[in-house]
Design a protein around this ligand. Structure first.
Ligand code: CDM
Ligand code: ATP
Length: 291
């Protein structure tokens, strides 16, 4: 096999709680993660000449070592002293710096793809051990599906798959630094912890209303005061019939869960008309078939 084309899925956080802070600045989290059917296309090709080359359709993204997909390729290439090179093409659709793990998902796809192309025989767990060196969300992006993430996000437990529903995703035109959001959280007292156990209970009982009611993200307290547009988008989604709407990750993207695709479409149009966000996608949760 010389080349592979992979779908690097975006994630949303159905629940995001922060439990404490470590000496290295990272935070202990308890999160329920969910893959959605919004993805970047990642093409990976093995080349005869050594070295890594990367291209992308987004002119503002770096194509050197500072691209996390490049870092992923370098990590495996160095560790396994690969004699052949790799050519990566990223066709980005996932909004950037959005709280949707776009970069992490690209890195996960490169680790997964190179493991196949170069016959490295790494297990999923071994790939995830390498992934966490690149970013806290990368191990999850390798595992995908509905997952409880603990530790700094790398301790993963599979959960029952999210019941089918429509997900509306809206990224307002502001960019948020994850590092800055976590640092700003340190100056705050967390007012209300989300009900992660309630979310898990809802998933176990396939109870979409309970899941929606238990959604919560402590990082909203940091990001929403900075960007009130997030709250406005949440309100639009709820007014259009969303079971609930919330910020994903460190933001600024908002997602809403809908039982009805027509309502999600209506909300999409209103959000665009009111110029709250241009990047608005009607999509679905992505179930992952387990062996
Ligand atoms: C906000 C989330 O996306 C929710 O899924 C993740 O917790 C962040 O995952 P990520 O972007 O892959 O995180 P990394 O790239 O490893 O870290 C970016 C920055 O976020 C902060 N960070 C990240 C994860 C974590 N558990 N605690 C942290 O404090 C650190 O300051 C770090 O410098
Ligand atoms: N392959 C990549 N795709 C997107 N962004 C990348 C990539 N490589 C490096 N970056 C840089 O990483 C930063 C964060 O981008 P990304 O889209 O991964 O953020 P995010 O959606 O907030 O991720 P997370 O939810 O994991 O915090 C951007 O400023 C971008 O320039």
């Amino acid at each position: 096999m010389r080349q592979l084309s992979l779908k690097a899925l975006a994630k949303i956080n159905l629940g995001l709680d922060v439990l404490g802070k470590r000496e290295n600045g990272y935070h202990d989290v308890r999160m329920v993660m969910q893959s959605v059917y919004l993805y970047d296309d990642v093409h990976i090709e093995k080349t005869e000449e050594e070295g890594i080359s990367l291209e992308t359709n987004l002119h503002f993204l770096p194509t050197d070592e500072s691209n996390i997909a490049y870092k992923a390729a370098k990590l495996l290439s160095d560790e396994f002293h690969l004699r052949q090179g790799v050519k990566i093409a990223l066709e980005k659709h996932i909004p950037v710096a959005a709280g949707l793990a776009g970069g992490s998902s690209n890195a996960a796809a490169v680790l997964f793809g190179m493991n196949r192309l170069f016959d490295l025989h790494l297990t999923q767990e071994e790939l995830m051990d390498r992934g966490v060196k690149l970013g806290a969300d990368v191990p999850y992006c390798i595992m995908r599906g509905t997952v409880l993430a603990e530790g700094i996000g790398e301790k993963l437990t599979m959960l029952p798959a999210m019941p089918k529903c429509t997900v509306l995703i809206a990224k307002p035109p502001v960019s948020v630094s994850t590092k800055m959001v976590y640092e700003a959280l340190d100056a705050e007292i967390i007012q209300k912890h989300p009900d992660i156990d309630g979310l898990i209970h809802g998933l176990e009982h396939q109870a979409l209303y309970e899941i929606a009611a238990c959604m919560g993200n402590v990082l909203e307290d940091v990001t929403i005061p900075m960007y009130p547009v997030i709250e406005e988008i949440k309100k639009e989604m709820k007014a259009a019939g969303a079971l609930n709407a919330m910020m994903s990750g460190s933001g600024p993207t908002v997602f809403g869960l809908f039982e009805n695709r027509t309502d999600a479409r209506k909300a999409q149009i209103r959000i665009r008309e009111k110029a709250l966000a241009k990047q608005v996608f009607v999509t679905n949760v992505h179930g992952v078939r387990r062996k």
